[in-house]
Ligand binder design. Structure first.
Ligand code: G6P
Length: 488
């Protein structure tokens, strides 16, 4: 029985299955795992003076490799079966594959993610028909599987921290099963305004809000996303009473407090990782490739909301407007493959590759490659790119936080200039020392890239130091501890 439980779709480790049946582990991408892994990992001196809490982390098996690992482990407990889970106790749920796919791909990633990031091409999608209802039932079943697991593992009065849009119904379901527990739900995404949220079928939109209100505390990354959630409760959920000053929602006699917890990075841990020899090796290789040219760097999941295509278009426009940079700058665009089960993601990645090819054809010469695009997972190379970046560009359409904007300045060696979308949650803390842009305005972004390249080194270093300080203000362990404390 555990006193503290975490639930998230993605766990700290995922496995691919080789033909001979062996399992190859890999670490997941994205801010949620980065944050939670830093909370539970026991391999180093803890930040903020806090010891790693004794946590049971419940997650879903994502593919066949995971299913096989979960089945082989006693009670799905990967840590008890010799797997490296970074020190956490991990229970991986073997939810039936068809149920999982409908919940994860169709509802969580193609619907809720699209709503919160404003990604729909509304003349065509969404299209909520009978099939969408079947998908929704799978989402309910998937959430119920988590609620059952948490209810079965939690000690009396334990605290459960339920993460993100995959698990919006689980807090309510868990409260129904175990009224003694104290529950927090945390959203790692933006939250849509009521006008956009209303795209959801009325009953589904209400069920998502009601599900989160099953928690005692609902956490968000910025004031803006918290306010949008309160707006949705007030306007779209019958019977909900919203107190804006107190930041509470009362429904059916139960009070949910809404809190803002702007997740930052653990600077010490990140710098230690960046000091490893594999990063130095990648840095040498990069330098050999680009010489002493200026570097504009971006690191993303291959994700439509990251706005990679407009970012590349801005670089192209900068090269067109400022021929003085020809031969003197290289754009490194590293993208971590993501959600390839969804056609939108595959098509988006293809669009990124097409535009990158065009830029190379237009501007490349025998002695200068203006753009290096890599679509693969390579953490040490990403860290090396942060170290040597002159400019870091983070231009999402919308983003809950965006930890790249925080990691880059922390790891940067000489100080990088940050070009940052005003629609990233990170802008709430970093805008003062970044060059902020409207992510849809390609010309403005092109000009910001140019200005960032021109920024004098001492100004850049000063700004970067302040960005790094802001980025580490709320490291993961404190971020998590604050949420648990909010339950007392
Ligand atoms: C975002 C979400 C996380 C998710 C991550 C990676 O950061 O908020 O919940 O884990 O993206 O996406 P994936 O679908 O690969 O887990």
């Amino acid at each position: 029985m555990s006193q503290v439980l975490v639930a998230s779709n993605r766990g700290p480790v995922s496995f691919s299955l080789a033909d001979d049946g062996t399992l190859a582990p890999r670490r997941g991408g994205g801010g949620l795992v980065a944050g939670l892994a830093a909370v539970t990992e026991a391999d180093r001196a803890p930040d903020g003076g806090q010891a790693p809490p004794d946590v049971l982390w419940v997650c879903a098996a994502l593919g066949e490799g995971d299913r096989s690992a979960a089945r082989r482990a006693p009670g799905g407990r990967l840590d008890l079966d010799g797997h490296d889970t970074g020190g956490a106790a991990v229970r991986m749920l073997d939810i039936p594959a068809a149920t999982f796919h409908r919940a994860y791909n169709a509802v969580a990633n193609s619907t809720l993610w699209f709503v919160h990031h404003l990604l729909y091409d509304t003349p065509r999608v969404p299209h909520f028909d009978a099939r969408a209802r079947r998908d929704w039932q799978s989402y309910e079943a998937y959430n119920a599987a988590f609620a059952d697991a948490l209810a079965g593992e939690a000690a009396p009065g334990a605290k459960a921290a339920v993460q993100d849009y995959h698990l919006s119904l689980a807090p309510r379901m868990l409260r129904d099963r175990r009224p003694d527990l104290r529950i927090v739900h945390f959203s790692h995404t933006p939250w849509a305004s009521p006008e956009y949220y209303r795209l959801l079928p009325d009953d589904i939109g209400a069920a998502v809000l009601d599900g989160i209100l099953g928690a005692d505390h609902a956490g968000f990354l910025t004031d803006r996303w918290a306010a949008a959630f309160l707006d949705c409760c007030e306007q779209l959920l019958p019977g909900a009473r919203v107190d804006r000053a107190a930041r509470t929602v009362t429904r059916g006699g139960h009070v949910t407090r809404v809190g803002v917890h702007p997740l930052g990075v653990d600077g010490e841990r990140l710098r230690a990782r960046a000091a490893e020899p594999d990063v130095a090796e990648r840095r040498r290789a990069l330098r050999e490739q680009v010489g002493d040219r200026r570097l504009i760097v971006r690191i993303d999941r291959t994700e439509p909301s990251k706005n990679i295509v407009r970012g590349l278009a801005a670089y192209r426009e900068m090269l067109a407007d400022h021929p003085e940079w020809h031969g003197r700058v290289v754009h490194l665009a590293f993208a971590y493959p993501s959600r390839y089960d969804l056609p939108e993601y595959r098509e988006y990645t293809a669009a990124v590759r097409r535009l990158a090819g065009r830029i190379r054809d237009e501007y490349g010469t025998a002695s200068w490659d203006p753009l290096i695009l890599r679509v693969e997972d390579d953490l040490p190379r990403a860290l090396a790119a942060y170290q040597v970046a002159d400019v870091l560009v983070v231009n999402p359409i919308r983003d809950g936080m965006n930890l790249v904007a925080k990691e880059g300045p922390v790891v940067s060696e000489r100080g990088c200039a940050l070009v940052l979308s005003r629609e990233a949650g990170a802008a709430a803390e970093l805008a003062g020392d970044a060059l902020t842009v409207n992510p849809y305005d390609v010309s403005q972004t092109a000009e910001a890239l140019h200005q960032a390249l021109l920024m004098p080194p001492d100004r850049r270093a000063e700004r970067c130091a302040r960005l790094a300080a802001a980025a580490t203000a709320l490291p993961p362990r404190r971020w998590f501890a604050d949420q648990l404390a909010a339950l007392d």
